[in-house]
Design a protein around this ligand. Structure first.
Ligand code: BGC
Ligand code: NOJ
Length: 814
């Protein structure tokens, strides 16, 4: 069952009814000002940091769901009836409803009682504000007199404090209203220089800024007293709960359209010019007023919207493919890339499932997100790498998270996830292969943000590798620490207190709990370091990294193999995890994927066996699950993984992030059919037709799909913010379609399904546009390259001489 359809020409997903199985979200904003918006206008906005600079309030886990948003109320002056043109919060019957989620904008339109409403929400490029561009049209054959009310509820900046500290917060709220603009200025009198504003392009009949005056003390968002009565209270909030609401009275002749623009924005005044007059307590509005008047001009709004579209044209023109599969095309060309941008921006901080207060930027998450983003805006990727590396600790380890506003490691979440530092190597080498910008390696980057501790970025990479080597266990495999990629495989924590956080509880010392996954990741990273050293002419260093990688590979083969698949780990007591000898958790997906990706076992048949075990034991029609059998009780020595009921999350759910590792591994063995089958199983666009089962948005990946042990097998959760986005993009684009940046040029090495006759694609790489056409002449993956007028040996297109802008690439597969 579907709740909408893809409009690929407009790059939109069109939702045709408001009551989707879950709120289906989109994101607005590009760099600093961000907003979440659902198909019924729910969601919230923040500046840079969803926790520390929350602009509007959202009621997580509310009943009904998705409360708090960018709301409008339309009231018919002649009958007193009113409705929400975006459905929420009133949720009445609308005669027509449509939500178009596009790239950086959402348009919600409806028709009710002869009044058509169309509102386009977006954040103009480079601005810290959002536009609500509303058109109302009277389709009746008689005149109409309407009251229009807008509504936002302001959050008192720190979202954590906002939802807990009421003894103070009910006393601090302050606003100003001037020339029809509502300014939210709570705490501006003291240590904040920032304020929010809510403006409207038409003259007001009134306004409200105190929630209780707008709603009525015991009334709800569905029937605010002000809307019922058709008259604003002109309330000024003192303490309690500041809101912003404009009241407009609008007359329509038949067929008439009115366009009304609302602006919600954030501004920071210079400390020395906070107040106007200087000795007063009123906000200095001299800097913000010109911005407000600019964006209340419809022509400028049109312009800004066009610019947003052009921006996305440019971002997406870097990679564009045309394959025989429409799901692949729309994910690669539109939605998967869009999701990669969002995960790059948000990390795991703010979604329908992430409250914005729990998490900052993850070290491993952000490094992996970068893999799917680096081709889009390399400069931003560069800055991100430097920010992440600056939080690395001097011994090579990492804070697990840092706050985007301060860019400092988050002490409260701590460290000791021993895989973390290795992901930095993957991110930096991906950046170098994409850009060829060697200068980044010389950038001077501090450790733990401490002035005076600066070293070249390359030194950070070396310390990442060293960190693992300094922490090997009794089998010569890397110690796991608190956990590795699987945050819930907590082999050293032994948590028995209810409510204790598995992420921060004290960990046991010891050299027994070892991770085969980290071993595989280490081999992958050490081989990347060897390649990097080799292209820089550091041949001794390259040889040393090769040796280190081989040493670890040997340990994996000796101590990390279970007979039919790779082991997962050794626990604190030296017992095997992920072995046929275990009662539960006999086989895990992660080491099978990462070890084969690292090249382990390709020569000796282990890789092939491992992947066929994955297929036999872990594959389902909804994706590959994390392990089998699921844990059916809590194990003190395993931790959070066994805290979930079977089939959910890390306890044998389809943890989508890991599926592309298997796809890539299959391509390493030349199995295009299998790789593509795995790709399609979890492709959201393929799953669109089972939206009633899948339930999350059909245009983006979710972190998890319930595994076969769960009663809700096939139901997705935690959509949008997941490393799945980046890794699936890498799997399809670089390994299945095989268009892969290398230090020496673009490599074309497709491992596509046998029944594909080929595909075409455009790839802009280091300033050159490659027009690629792949034609299958035989069943295998052997590549013959014809570049412009020449046949080329191998599968790498050499970087053309300066001045060449277009290169024609003919690829024959046989
Ligand atoms: C989740 C993990 C997540 C971890 C850290 C756990 O509860 O299951 O997926 O990585 O929390 O936030
Ligand atoms: C989600 C976390 O963000 C990520 O860092 C982790 O690797 C996975 N969960 C698996 O536990």
């Amino acid at each position: 069952m579907r709740y909408g359809y893809f409009d690929d020409d407009r790059r939109e997903y069109v939702i045709t009814r408001p009551d989707t199985p879950l709120p289906w979200l989109n994101y607005l904003g590009n760099e600093d000002y961000f907003a979440l918006i659902s198909n019924t206008a729910g969601g919230y906005s923040f500046y840079q940091d969803a926790r520390l600079r929350r602009i509007t309030r959202y009621r997580y886990n509310n009943v009904p769901p998705d409360y708090g948003g960018r709301y409008l109320y339309i009231r018919d002056g002649s009958t007193g009836e009113f409705w929400s043109p975006t459905w929420q919060p009133i949720r009445g019957d609308l005669e027509k409803f449509l939500c178009r989620h596009g790239l950086g904008y959402s348009i919600i339109s409806s028709l009710n009682q002869g009044i058509a409403a169309n509102v386009c929400y977006f954040v103009p490029l480079g601005e810290n504000l959002e536009v609500w561009d509303l058109s109302l049209t009277n389709q009746r054959d008689k005149p109409a007199e309407l009251d229009l009310f807008s509504l936002v509820e302001f959050a008192l900046w720190d979202a954590q404090d906002d939802s807990t500290n009421f003894q103070r917060n009910f006393n601090t709220g302050e606003v100003e209203v001037e020339d029809g603009v509502i300014y939210h200025k709570t705490e501006y009198r003291e240590r904040r220089n920032h304020f929010a504003y809510f403006a409207c392009s038409k003259p007001l009949a009134g306004f409200d800024t105190q929630r209780a005056d707008f709603l009525g003390m015991y009334q709800s968002w569905e029937s605010p007293i002000v809307v019922e009565q058709g008259r604003a209270n002109n309330s000024i909030a003192h303490g309690w709960a500041p809101i912003g609401s404009h009241h407009l009275k609008i007359s329509f002749v038949p067929g008439q359209m009115h366009r009304i623009i609302f602006l919600l924005g954030y501004y920071e005044n210079p400390e020395e010019a906070k107040f106007d007059p200087p000795d007063s307590q009123s906000i200095n509005k001299q800097f913000i007023k010109p911005i407000i008047s600019r964006y209340l001009d419809p022509d400028l709004v049109d312009n800004a919207f066009e610019n947003l579209k052009l921006y996305w044209d440019q971002v997406l023109e870097v990679i564009n493919v045309h394959t025989p599969d429409e799901h692949t095309n729309r994910m690669v060309n539109i939605w998967n890339q869009y999701q990669c941008m969002v995960t790059f921006n948000m990390s795991r901080s703010a979604s329908f499932f992430e409250s914005g207060v729990g998490r900052g930027m993850g070290f491993r998450d952000s490094n992996q997100d970068l893999l799917g983003f680096v081709h889009m805006i390399p400069d931003r990727a560069r800055q991100r790498i430097l920010d992440i590396a600056a939080t690395q600790l001097p011994n090579g380890s990492a804070y697990h998270q840092y706050q985007p506003l301060t860019k400092r490691g988050n002490e409260a979440v701590g460290s000791n996830f021993n895989d973390d530092p290795l992901w930095l190597v993957l991110a930096v080498t991906a950046y170098l292969k994409e850009t060829g910008d060697w200068s980044i390696l010389e950038e001077s980057v501090p450790y733990d943000n401490r002035p005076g501790s600066e070293h070249p970025l390359y030194d950070h990479l070396q310390r990442s590798i060293r960190f693992t080597l300094d922490r090997l266990g009794i089998h010569g495999l890397p110690l796991i620490g608190r956990a590795d990629w699987n945050d819930c495989l907590n082999l050293n924590t032994f948590s028995s207190e209810p409510g204790e956080s598995f992420q921060t509880v004290e960990i046991q010392e010891g050299d027994t709990a070892e991770s085969v996954f980290i071993a595989g990741l280490f081999v992958l990273a050490a081989r990347e370091m060897a390649d990097l050293a080799a292209v820089r002419g550091l041949s001794n260093e390259a040889a040393a990294y090769i040796q280190i990688a081989q040493g670890m590979e040997k340990k994996v083969i000796e101590n990390g193999w279970d007979g039919e698949w790779f082991l997962r780990a050794y626990d604190h007591f030296g017992q095997k995890i992920g072995s046929h000898q275990c009662k539960q958790g006999q086989i895990f997906i992660e080491p099978q994927g990462i070890c084969v990706m690292a090249g382990i076992g390709i020569d000796n048949d282990m890789a092939r066996k491992a992947l066929s075990s994955v297929k036999e034991h872990l594959n389902t029609s909804h994706g590959i699950i994390l392990h089998q059998p699921a844990y059916t009780r809590y194990y003190l020595n395993l931790g959070e993984i066994s805290s979930y009921p079977p089939g959910y999350k890390e306890n044998a759910g389809v943890f989508c992030h890991t599926n592309p590792w298997i796809m890539i591994a299959e391509t390493c063995l030349g199995n295009g059919n299998m790789a593509f089958e795995y790709y399609s199983q979890i492709n959201p666009s393929v799953r669109e037709c089972i939206s009633d089962v899948h339930r999350c948005e059909p245009y983006v990946y979710a972190q998890m799909i319930a595994g076969k042990d769960a009663p809700t097998h096939g139901e997705a959760k935690n959509s949008w913010l997941t490393g799945t986005a980046a890794w699936n993009f890498v799997a399809i684009n670089q390994w299945i379609l095989g268009i892969r940046p290398t230090y020496n040029g673009l490599k074309i090495s497709p491992v596509i399904p046998q029944d594909w006759e080929g595909f075409t694609g455009i790839r802009i790489y280091r300033g050159v546009t490659y027009h690629i056409s792949v034609v299958r002449k035989g069943p295998g993956n052997r590549v013959s390259l014809h570049v412009d007028d020449d046949y080329i040996d191998g599968d790498i297109i050499p970087i053309p001489p300066k001045g060449v802008e277009d290169v024609q690439v003919q690829v024959t597969l046989s």
